[in-house]
Ligand binder design. Structure first.
Ligand code: GRF
Length: 188
């Protein structure tokens, strides 16, 4: 059984998919806390509804990046996760933060890295005209959308795809990929 902390900023569908897998018994893990940097994130409301330890650390009220991270780290130190799962967390982590949890922070990105890092990966894929894209679960390093890859799932890009239609099909695979990656880590 692995202990997971989830960091999110928005919708929280990846968080919900992981939580569903745990509840179904297909993932041997426990979500020890959910932290959002945005008080209005639907994902943190979902965490409350599902009776998780839900915390908001509003970056706009913290004064500095360091102060915000310090508060997040304080919560994490108490929750003692084995892994920190970034699930639509729209904040860059400082090298100091990453160094506190080396090879223990995971991220999901909606492209087949190293293609299309950064924002709007699905729109980048459509604009480039690639025929295949997908999603990547990887360990977090100091560099953005970089680090050893745990799982990738491919998605066909159709002629008539828009960023929205492609995003929707990639999202379905993201939910599978995150559970698959965490299952790998929880295996004895
Ligand atoms: C996903 O597309 C993920 O790949 C990206 O942010 C989005 C988060 O979606 N990093 P959700 O909040 O998990 O629904």
């Amino acid at each position: 059984m692995i202990r997971i902390a989830v960091l999110l900023s928005g919708r929280g569908s990846n968080f919900a998919a992981i939580d569903d897998a745990i509840r179904r018994g297909t993932l041997d893990a426990e979500i020890v806390c959910v932290i959002s940097n945005r008080p209005d994130a639907p994902g943190i409301e979902l965490a409350r509804e599902r009776r998780h330890h839900a915390h908001v650390v509003d970056h706009r009220k913290c004064g500095s990046r360091a102060a915000h991270e310090e508060e997040v780290l304080r919560i994490l130190d108490t929750a003692r996760p084995d892994y920190i799962v970034l699930a639509g967390y729209m904040r860059l982590l400082s090298p100091e933060f990453v160094a506190r949890y080396p090879m223990r922070i995971l991220n999901i990105h909606p492209s087949l890295l190293p293609a299309f890092p950064g924002v709007d990966a699905q729109a980048q894929a459509v604009a480039y005209g690639v025929k295949v894209s997908g999603c990547t679960v990887h360990f977090v390093t100091e560099k953005l959308d970089d680090g050893p890859i745990l799982v990738q799932r491919a998605v066909e890009v159709r002629e008539d795809d828009t960023a929205e239609t492609l995003s929707a099909r990639i999202l379905v695979e993201e939910h599978v990929a995150y559970v698959e990656a965490l299952a790998k880590l929880s295996a004895p």
